[in-house]
Design a protein around this ligand. Structure first.
Ligand code: PGA
Length: 238
């Protein structure tokens, strides 16, 4: 296993260390493709990147971004959409060109067609240079939920009960407003990413151990990362 573990003292330290890796990627290859994630954990990472961009240390002018997932049937302008999350937490704070930022369209009339489009889009970009990941309490990455098989390319997924409960806190009307489905990148573009940075807080200790030290199985989707040649795990101890 070639996993590089980086232990951070606290969430701010974790954010700084993960931002260092993303900044290094952008400095090494200004025209890179960044795979981005949502959730609570990456927020500090994005705040760090915004700060560095404002201070003139890095520029995202030539970067293309492609997000892991989007809820189905939540309009992009709704504050609960991942598009809105990305605008608020990253895109409006950095100099990335808006047309170079991509998420699946959760309002597409034809989800199968949208999944095909997203898969082809990532292929046309030449794949992802650096993929940022969080990990769900059930071991999901993106919205690849525990299942009998790993799904390779973008697909429409039924969200698990535990994911819906965990994410419902972000919805004003709780479980009531929480979507039942999402569109997610499958494992192929994630595993083909040339570098992966996974961020996790102390609340993910148990699932992280299971994913990184247990058997590789689609029941623990993040366990597939054991097979990635350049995985860095930035874990906050507190
Ligand atoms: P969290 O989500 O950062 O909000 O815990 C992680 C995930 O579900 O991927």
């Amino acid at each position: 296993m070639q996993i590089k573990h980086i232990i951070a003292a606290n969430p701010a330290d974790m954010a700084r260390k993960a931002a260092n890796m993303i900044a290094a990627q952008v400095l090494m290859k200004p025209k890179c493709v960044l795979g981005l994630a949502t959730g609570s954990t990456p927020i500090g990472v994005y705040a760090e990147l915004i700060r560095r961009c404002r201070e003139g240390d890095i520029s995202f002018r030539d970067v293309t971004s492609v997000n892991l997932d989007e809820y189905c049937n939540i309009p992009a302008f709704s504050k609960n959409s991942y598009r809105c999350y990305m605008e608020e937490n990253l895109f409006t704070g950095i100099d990335i060109a808006p047309p170079s930022t991509f998420l699946p369209d959760g309002m597409a009339a034809d989800f199968d067609e949208e999944c095909r489009r997203y898969t082809e889009l990532i292929d046309r970009m030449g794949g992802i240079d650096l993929q940022l990941l969080g990990i769900g309490m059930n071991g999901h990455i993106g919205f690849n939920e525990p299942a009998d098989v790993f799904t390779m390319d973008t697909y429409r997924v039924a969200l698990s009960k535990s994911t819906r409960e965990a994410n419902a806190v972000h919805f004003e009307d709780g479980m009531e407003g929480m979507p039942t489905h999402a569109l997610t990148m499958g494992m192929r573009p994630i595993m083909q990413a040339r570098r992966i940075v996974l961020v996790a807080g102390a609340n993910k200790k148990d699932i992280l151990e299971e994913a990184l030290c247990g058997p590789v199985t689609p029941r623990v989707p993040a366990s597939i990362l054991q097979l990635h040649p350049r995985l860095s795990v930035v874990y906050s101890e507190t």
